[in-house]
Write a protein that binds this ligand. Structure first.
Ligand code: GLY
Length: 426
């Protein structure tokens, strides 16, 4: 008899986790809480919100769920893992205390400093007047980060000192992300190329996944506002296996060791947002969860059994290495016009049936109605294609993205282009 798995969350990341969990020969039932319109078709959705700690605990008890996998940061911060661990259940996802590595930017920065992890210099402020005095005295731009969870809207990247002052007002006085910006971090701006490195962690051991690049700005050429992620690609030519090993040693293992020594061991996926620049690898942020859209892009390349790995991590028994397909993968996020600002919804989605076999379409902001799927969110779908080369994967991803239509569909056209330029110019 196989095991049952509960995936907590409702986005394209959770659709990808569900899809991968269903491929595991270990799994005989996959539940989602709450899941989305597409997981409904492949797994068993339950009407329980990701942050409903009591509801999830009851569901796990009643269905005798073997392993719970936590998707979103809000569920980590709500204490879903704490509650399930208290009930003697297996859970892949960190405790609320370990999750502060994402839910408090000031905590993460001080942990990094203490653990000797390279990260840009920073200052923490509770008073906007003090923060602005500091910027005026320095006379240059700083990255402005809300301390708390802000659904991807808490990090602002101004170009100069005047814009930095404006960003402080936006977060602390206009309170665009509410109490998340009662405290802010001002961080030195650093140059380089960003890469996302996710790793499975069992409290002690760190097993890195293949890296990916995520495109955070809404428009081509890295223009427009920051978003939750508009797509990306894997593997990453400028971040090879030596870089991965170096990053684990310098940027991931030290914080995992420090958290364990502090009495809050980290079990789950640790995501490091890295900047690779002239001064080496620096950590810009950690997330206490799988990345979105990185998960949709990376999991199709993973040959190992994901559920065996997550179960081993939850038990504190990770070992071995991961097995990867040598393919490349490109994921294109199809968004609603207006995202990340306001957007309309309920537009019919056409063309899903015209997508080629082997191309994956992970749902986020969709709903089903009697005539099919309709739009129901800002980021609607992630279209993911693999190929022998990055050029193949990219061409296939865009060819299929074009087949999907809904009113106001918008997506970046330049994803992974820089990788092709690298291979052309050597
Ligand atoms: N791709 C960025 C994130 O998951 O937060």
């Amino acid at each position: 008899m196989g095991i049952s798995v509960l995936i907590v969350g409702s986005g394209a990341r959770e659709h990808a986790l569900t899809w991968k969990a269903l491929q595991s020969p270990l799994t005989d039932a996959v539940y989602c809480a709450p899941g989305n319109a597409a997981t409904e078709a492949i797994a068993i959705n339950s009407d329980i919100e990701a942050t409903d700690v009591e509801g999830i605990a009851r569901f796990v008890r009643e269905r005798d769920v073997h392993l719970t996998v936590i998707g979103p940061e809000a569920a980590v911060d709500a204490g879903v893992a704490d509650r399930l661990l208290n009930d003697g259940r297996l859970v892949f996802g960190p405790s609320k205390a370990a999750g502060r590595i994402e839910s408090s930017k000031a905590f993460a920065k001080s942990l990094m400093k203490r653990a000797g992890v390279p990260t840009p210099d920073y200052r923490v402020f509770q008073d906007p007047a003090n923060a602005k005095d500091f910027v005026r005295s320095e006379g240059r731009a700083f990255v402005v980060k809300a301390d708390g969870l802000a659904k991807g809207k808490g990090t602002l990247v101004p170009r100069d000192a005047a814009e930095t002052l404006e960003c402080i007002d936006t977060l602390m006085l206009r309170r665009t992300v509410g109490a998340a910006a009662d405290q802010i971090v001002l961080e030195e701006k650093v140059e380089g190329r960003e890469v996302s490195l996710m790793a499975l962690v069992d409290g002690e051991r760190v097993l890195p996944l293949e890296p990916a690049c995520d495109y955070k700005r809404a428009l081509d050429g890295d223009k427009g506002p920051n978003t939750g992620g508009m797509g990306g690609y894997s593997p990453v030519s400028f971040f090879d296996t030596t870089d991965i090993d170096r990053a684990v040693e310098a940027a991931l293992q030290p914080v995992i060791d420090a958290l364990r020594e502090d009495g809050c061991p980290y079990r789950g996926c640790l995501y490091a947002g890295l900047m690779v620049g002239p001064s080496g690898i620096q950590v810009l942020e950690y997330n206490a969860r799988f990345g979105d859209p990185e998960t949709q892009i990376v999991l199709p390349r993973l040959d190992s059994d994901l559920i065996a790995l997550l179960e081993a991590a939850a038990r504190g028994e990770l070992s071995g290495r991961l097995s990867w397909s040598p393919s490349a993968s490109v994921g294109v996020v199809l968004a609603s016009r207006g995202y990340p600002g306001s957007y309309a919804r309920d537009y019919p989605i056409d063309g899903l049936g015209r997508v080629e076999q082997g191309v994956l379409v992970f749902h986020a902001g969709t709903a089903s109605d009697p005539s099919g799927y309709v739009t129901a969110g800002g980021r609607v779908l992630t279209v993911v294609a693999t190929g022998q080369t990055m050029a193949d994967a990219r061409e296939r991803a865009y060819r299929n993205a074009e087949r999907i239509r809904f009113e106001g569909v918008s997506y970046r056209k330049d994803l992974a282009l820089r990788e092709l330029e690298v291979s052309v110019t050597g």
